[in-house]
Design a protein around this ligand. Structure first.
Ligand SMILES: Cc1cc2nc3c(=O)[nH]c(=O)nc-3n(C[C@H](O)[C@H](O)[C@H](O)COP(=O)(O)OP(=O)(O)OC[C@H]3O[C@@H](n4cnc5c(N)ncnc54)[C@H](O)[C@@H]3O)c2cc1C
Length: 507
């Protein structure tokens, strides 16, 4: 298999994956550095008969802490939020979801819904009932000629990709196989195809969900249209539990993909990339990274690098080297695969992940507001990153193109009219990094984010990269769409049954 190797945290963890078994140890030390300190009140325990009752109603059964591998099943991707639930209801059908909702109402205990478990901020973790959707997985063809498919509510990206490959079709999708389609689509969904097809949720033509009152809704343009609107960018965990998504797919083409790395003149390279690439045709997609090495990598002499991962759909008649211009030849390393089958290209672009500790902060930028001075200021601030045992990066996902075709209020995803989704990550490995060091790094991240936002006049934040420390998160995630989202919430969930730290509150 061809695969680009970014010097990023995620590939770094391919090496660390075998140590992931120490994670429960860290999670069982809530006082430990970097662990999320949830101040949850002690819970009343549902009687044993209640668990038996739930298990009889949910066709995938119920797991409790007495089951082997309970902690493994419950582990989220971000180990900061490795909270153990009381039990896990494994839903296979819409009726199972209705039964689980009725049960948590009756027992009056907290709950969370989980598909892929990749929420950045732990909003699919709970100390009550975990409603696990991951067994409700599958992709069915609804209309072969039109390329319409039905994706079940708990399907993971890996299965979606496999089924789409069989059909010779694709959608706008991300790079990580283990992310859940539900969380990805409900929060918007960005990926290398978004400049050509729009964001992932722009391809959603309908969805089925169970709301707080236990009712099933088949929401689309014609029926429950406000709920349908809200499910395209209003983020998971706000309006109900989605049990299926109807998606319009696109025929697959061949692609050219590349990964270029620069070790010299990095400020100039980054400025050129950020201001040149927005002029590329919509068939081009990219992600630009500035990679900051870990403390251990620094000891080995590794320095900061700038890199790009890019994809170009062939039939649109342009060449990667023309789009990159002089930057093509100035790269110190270049890996290129030209005119390869679409899904082979995705093998190259995809990333593997393992659970670890992280926090991400994001915002949206326009090329016109990115200056050489702004880029220089970012590099200067990056030199002050204290460093952890993991590499980190600040990165730019290329938006623009078809992402901007829709008006900001056409769907709940408000972030139209920009060229880049900027994000700065902080990653660490709890068993290695002392608490003081993590605090220093998080403080650096906060300052870096403020500096980059000010220097580039950035706005908003991506709701699928939730940041628990973000001020005024609701306006940052939803902007002018917040009022309508709150009105929809009031309509379907006036009691705020579906709630979490950064949930949408009823009007
Ligand atoms: C390694 C990694 C790579 C990523 N790559 C990308 C990328 O390329 N593009 C991109 O856009 N994003 C990306 N993301 C962000 C990702 O899209 C979001 O974190 C997404 O919400 C995760 O979905 P999930 O189902 O895996 O997560 P979960 O943690 O299971 O759920 C996310 C949220 O949705 C709720 N939810 C889950 N299932 C349902 C359901 N069936 N109905 C209603 N609500 C539900 C949860 O309660 C939670 O609030 C990435 C994240 C990680 C960690």
């Amino acid at each position: 298999m061809l695969r680009a190797v970014e010097p990023s945290r995620r590939n770094f963890l391919v090496g660390l994956g075998r140590f992931a078994a120490v994670a429960p140890l860290a999670a069982s030390m809530p006082w430990a550095a970097g662990a999320a300190r949830a101040a949850s009140p002690p819970l009343a325990c549902p009687p044993k008969s209640a668990w038996t009752d739930l298990a009889a109603k949910v066709s995938g059964g119920v797991l409790t802490p007495l089951d082997p591998f309970f902690t493994d099943v419950c582990r989220p991707n971000n180990l900061r939020y490795d909270t153990l639930p009381m039990g896990v209801a494994r839903c296979l059908t819409t009726q199972d979801v209705q039964a689980a909702i009725a049960w948590v109402r009756q027992q009056a205990i907290p709950f969370s819904v989980r598909s892929g478990g990749h929420n950045y901020a732990g909003y699919s973790s709970t100390n009550g009932l975990l409603i696990d959707m991951s067994l409700m997985a599958g992709v069915e063809v609804v209309d072969k000629k039109e390329g319409i498919v039905r994706v079940k509510g708990g399907t993971g990206n890996a299965l979606v990709y496999k089924e789409l490959e069989r059909l010779g079709r694709t959608i706008t999708h991300g790079r990580c196989d283990a992310v859940g389609a539900a969380g990805f689509l409900l929060g918007g969904g960005i990926g290398f195809n978004m400049r050509l097809y729009g964001i992932g949720s722009d391809l959603m033509t309908g969805t089925t969900l169970v709301t707080a009152d236990g009712q099933r809704h088949d929401a689309n343009e014609k029926a429950d249209s406000s709920l349908y609107w809200a499910c395209r960018g209003g983020a998971g965990g706000n309006f109900g539990i989605n049990t299926e998504f109807i998606l319009a797919t696109k025929p697959v083409e061949t692609v050219s993909v590349c990964q270029l790395t620069w070790t010299d003149k990095q400020e100039e390279v980054l400025y050129e990339l950020l201001t040149r690439l927005p002029k590329a045709p919509n068939s081009f997609g990219s992600k630009v990274n500035v990679n900051l090495p870990s403390i251990q990598q620094r000891c080995q002499g590794m320095g900061t690098t700038v890199s790009i991962l890019a994809q170009l759909h062939k039939t649109r008649g342009a060449r990667l080297q023309d789009i990159l211009g002089p930057l093509w030849n100035s790269a110190s390393k270049r890996v290129v695969k030209e005119d390869i089958p679409y899904w082979v290209g995705q093998d190259f672009l995809s990333e593997e992940t393992f659970p670890y500790f992280y926090q991400e902060k994001s915002s949206y930028m326009q090329a016109g507001t990115i200056s050489r001075d702004a880029v220089a200021a970012m590099f200067k601030a990056a030199r002050d990153q204290p460093g952890t045992s993991m590499p980190v990066s600040f990165k730019f996902f290329q938006t623009g193109g078809a992402c901007n075709d829709k008006a900001p209020d056409a769907t709940a995803y408000v972030h139209r009219g920009n060229d880049w989704l900027f994000s700065v990550e902080m990653n660490w490995w709890l068993p290695t990094d002392p608490s003081g060091l993590i605090d220093e790094n998080l403080a650096w991240q906060k300052d870096f984010y403020a500096l980059a936002n000010k220097a580039c006049a950035a706005v908003g934040a991506y709701q699928n990269f939730p940041d628990p420390t973000l001020d005024d998160y609701a306006n940052a995630y939803y902007g002018q769409n917040l009022a309508r989202l709150r009105a929809v919430k009031k309509q379907v969930d006036p009691g705020n049954f579906f709630t979490y730290g950064q949930g949408i509150k009823p009007a």
